[in-house]
Design a protein around this ligand. Sequence first.
Ligand SMILES: *Cc1c(COP(=O)(O)O)cnc(C)c1O
Length: 383
Amino acid sequence: MTDFIDDTVGFIREYYGTNDVVPLHVPRFVGNEKEYVTNTIESTFVSSIGAYVDQFEETIADISQTKCGVAVVNGTAALQVALRLAGVRQGDEVLTQALTFVATANAIQYNGADPVFIDVDRDTMGLSPRALERFLEEYGEVRESGCYNKKTGNRIAACVPMHTFGFPVHLDELLTVCTEWNIPVVEDAAESLGSFYKGKPTGSFGELGIFSFNGNKIVTAGGGGAIVTDKVEAGEHAKHLTTTAKKSKSYEYFHDELGYNYRMPNLNAALLCAQLEQLDDYIENKRLLAEKYEAFFAEKGVAFRTEQPNTRVNYWLMCIELENRERRDNFLEQTNKKGIMTRPIWQLMYRLPMYEDCLRDDQQNAEYLEDRIANIPSSVRVK
Ligand SMILES: *Cc1c(COP(=O)(O)O)cnc(C)c1O
């Protein structure tokens, strides 16, 4: 194990060409970022109205191959609003995975609904269509007004798969199950901008999808998010709700429903527009690193996660799977001590006090992965 750690540290140091601390993932601003941000300041349109917000919305619709893109203040807010638009209401249940970042579950709870945790697949690390089907066969009942949990009596209002670290879930199988049970899908594609499943971008499969542009994501707005959808009406409603539901044609302060101040500022959109121009290059760069990691870890007999057939992955955060928890934790401790930032995958949501009483299935695969997965430095390398 010591040799393995030293060799890994050496490999990563050589790749990034540094003896300093190697972070897990840092943003890079080597394109038009300064120019666009300066333009924004000079124009004085730094806030919720401006050319870059509009440009960003067109670009994100383009990249995700959807009809509508809506700029939102962050990914969590985007998911909260997307769930509301999918019909999630107080007292509903929403099916999702326990192996995720806390924002997925929080966005469900902000709508007054409860997350129900369904197991993941080991290969994708995302929501398992088979586990979902098993759960629905035991608990589900399709009625005229939608799918219900026949044991709790609550409506099952939506299903939220999350594409862990950019690796798409088994979307075809998942959509088949959700269609059969009449459950709308909202994709948490916060981590998978630029990933494809069977040639189609993640985020475009559900009724609505969301992305995040937080500082640690593949491209960043400083903070930001987006809702994308093919349902034009839902897209327009998303824009309305995230801009305080103000009727736009009048200068009167008239708001026709309870909205939110969730619009992405133009200043952030300026940074993001410059970042998105480089997305393809970033992904190419990361895919090269993934190839190098794959070869390196193969020689060490350690499983480096690579893309499934029929997918093309953005390799946002790369990871390895170690034999057991003890070896994983030892790897984390040793590498961090030597200045290489590595991180465990998230603790499962039902370990957190807010979600410990939520309904869940057996979670075999989620618990397996929770013990074994470690993220390794994945930043774009600037030559
Ligand atoms: C980052 C992230 C979010 C939230 O995005 P923010 O922009 O940080 O609010 C939601 N879900 C997942 C899975 C994420 O990784």
